[in-house]
Design a protein around this ligand. Structure first.
Ligand SMILES: C[S@@+](CC[C@H](N)C(=O)[O-])C[C@H]1O[C@@H](n2cnc3c(N)ncnc32)[C@H](O)[C@@H]1O
Ligand SMILES: O=C(O)C(=O)C[C@]1(C(=O)O)C=C[C@@H](O)C=C1
Length: 248
């Protein structure tokens, strides 16, 4: 069940004090270091990816689609592919970064799995989502402008078959200011323990400001209910990164 380590160049994108970071973008520079960056930046990332596979093993239905929205390099897609055993199920991975999708295609082509995978370069806000037994948004909704989040989730709820599931993993904030600050500090400790310097941490924080817009778990669960999900709860959390499952 364990996922193979994913090799990647080391993330040194924010280490040069002379290079202005600019707003964070999923461009070819990020693509070249992405597996290393996300593993060293998101506490619990490997667990969430591996368990997304287990959930797919349980929820994927025959003759249905399983969506990986904001699929990046296909880590979730590959994990789900390893666990899906039902016939005629297609995993649809969508990402609007051309550089991500191009590299993802290479990695999927190299994977020996037999479940069909369809990759689309496009905006998940404009993509056709239908006949879904499972939808995954692993660390993607946080990059969608807040005003579009409800419509996206309504579309997902409509597309889900009865008994379908959404997995929503996000960076989160906490309503209590002291707990919020503690979780931010613990996240920075996590990054430091994975070799990032204070300078890199500060520069990355500036770069993702207003690009990655986190919300509280309460805000996510309220929106999921408004979007048409009958129930939702957190199944995994480490510091300020949480993963929610929502049932149709
Ligand atoms: C943090 S990464 C997701 C990581 C990935 N799900 C994983 O588990 O490895 C966020 C991804 O969402 C994509 N993205 C952000 N907004 C998007 C949108 N509106 N449509 C499609 N993809 C989007 C980005 O290009 C990026 O690849
Ligand atoms: O919050 C941070 O500092 C992060 O680096 C998080 C995060 C994410 O959650 O997507 C931001 C951008 C990169 O894709 C990798 C990790």
């Amino acid at each position: 069940m364990s996922d193979k380590p994913r090799h990647s160049n080391p993330d040194t994108l924010f280490s040069d004090p002379l290079r202005a970071p600019g707003p964070f973008r999923f461009d070819s520079d990020v693509v070249s270091v992405f597996p290393d960056m996300i593993r060293r930046s998101v506490p619990g990332y490997e667990t969430v990816i591996a368990m997304s596979g287990l959930l797919a093993g349980r929820f994927a239905r025959p003759h249905s689609n399983v969506y990986d929205l904001g699929c990046s390099l296909g880590a979730t897609t590959l994990s789900m592919r390893r666990h899906i055993e039902v016939p005629d199920c297609v995993i649809v991975g969508i990402d609007n970064s051309a550089a991500m999708i191009a590299r993802c295609r290479e990695l999927i082509d190299r994977d020996p799995g037999s479940v069909a995978v369809e990759l689309r370069e496009g905006d998940i806000l404009k993509s056709d989502i239908a006949n879904a037994s499972m939808v995954v948004l692993n660390y993607t909704l946080q990059f969608v402008p807040r005003e579009h989040r409800l419509d996206l989730l309504k579309g997902i709820a409509d597309a889900l078959l009865p008994g379908g599931i959404l997995v929503l993993s996000e960076k989160v904030v906490f309503p209590d200011e002291s707990l919020n600050q503690l979780n931010i500090d613990l996240h920075h400790d996590f990054k430091r323990a994975h070799g990032y310097s204070d300078l890199e941490i500060a520069r990355k924080r500036d770069s993702i400001e207003n690009v990655l817009v986190p919300e509280s778990i309460e805000q996510h669960r309220k929106r999921l209910a408004s979007a048409g999900f009958s129930s939702s709860d957190v199944w995994f959390q480490c510091f300020n990164f949480a993963s929610i499952i929502a049932l149709k």
